[in-house]
Design a protein around this ligand. Sequence first.
Ligand code: ZN
Length: 460
Amino acid sequence: MADGEEPAKKRQRIEEQPEKMAVDVSSSSDWDGRWSHVQKFLERSGPFTHPDFEPSEETLQFLLETCKILVIGAGGLGCELLKNLALSGFRNIHVVDMDTIDVSNLNRQFLFRPKDVGRPKAEVAADFINSRVPGCHVVPHFKKIQDFDESFYRQFHIIVCGLDSIIARRWMNGMLLSLLIYEDGVLDPSSIIPLIDGGTEGFKGNLRVILPGMTACIDCTLELYPPQINFPMCTIASMPRLPEHCIEYVRILQWPKEKPFGDDVALDGDNPEHIQWVFQKSLERAAEFNITGVTYRLTQGVVKRIIPAVASTNAVIAAACATEVFKIATSAYIPLNNYLVFNDVDGLYTYTFEAERKENCSACSQVPQKLQFPPSAKLQEVLEYLTENASLQMKSPAITATLEGKNKTLYLQTVASIEERTRPNLCKTLKELGLADGQELAVADVTTPQTVLFKLNFTS
Ligand SMILES: [Zn+2]
């Protein structure tokens, strides 16, 4: 999209060329040949079309009039997705994003201009697409995904995610799994809403097509998401080699010791004074060890754990996502099965494989999850298992159990008063808490909208 030309002017320019772009009388916003690029895929057969595909004019009508798409995220991937979908003929699009526009977004999130800084991303992105692509109707939601319930998500044919958070991804995955309807253990295929999930990190990206309840879900392959990279403490403390080691030293050790902004002030990555302090101290540390490369920007990157966003990676992954949406919406081509990785750090590499469902996946398997502990184990150990186990990776699990017919919260971290009241339980053993072999524990966490049921198995 070229900058500098107002949408209204552009339309006028198009309409002034009647011999080339005659306006179709049947639909005021569709000029002759507008969808010819899409029609080539839908109105004729080809060597790569789906074996059951029958060319027809109805599919385009379905795209234009009926198909309803939800885009999660209006950031780097989201801007690309909205543009790609709108230009592919999707006109009923909703977009959810809880963020506002920051000046640092403008180099790649091309639906935003300097005047938009501070405004909600979803609203500005929707306005831009709606004014630039005639007939397209993007509905913005300046909200969190958790603000909506099942009835909202159920209205869409396909959901496509351009998120930078694994927690949000897992929550979305859990939501779509909760919409599935099973009758006598058999999945009702009409309750499946396909999820297309794109992700990028610097020069690396991935894309997956998830048919909830049928193919591998996000939690099935949770081991693929490595926990946050941390440098070994001994390196940070005694033999730094990289500028990052110096910054980590200041962040982890010096800040809590020197308390530069007072006793209870935590380091805030968005506070320029805090970053400036860490930057200066990191420079001093780096000088001591003859390390170069500490900059303000790097300091902020390390403190906020930012991986630089690369516009081209976003463009590639979003294009692949939009193609998958198109394939599924039209049934004209066989969708990706089911995981694509992309890497252009050094040369260009791309590969697809089929991620397999995990038989006892805590999100999609419907198999009761097992917790194996001796009766002498403390509740703290159970909590650590839930957060540290590679296939669970919960964030702040709340554990409840039914004891003597009553629902009892054993531990809950997210509400301060309840945390304080239940904290003593962490040091108690499972036996002391009155838990029995075979006891069911219900665990709630931010990574899922549903409660996960665990069955406690005592080991000796
Ligand atoms: Zn799963």
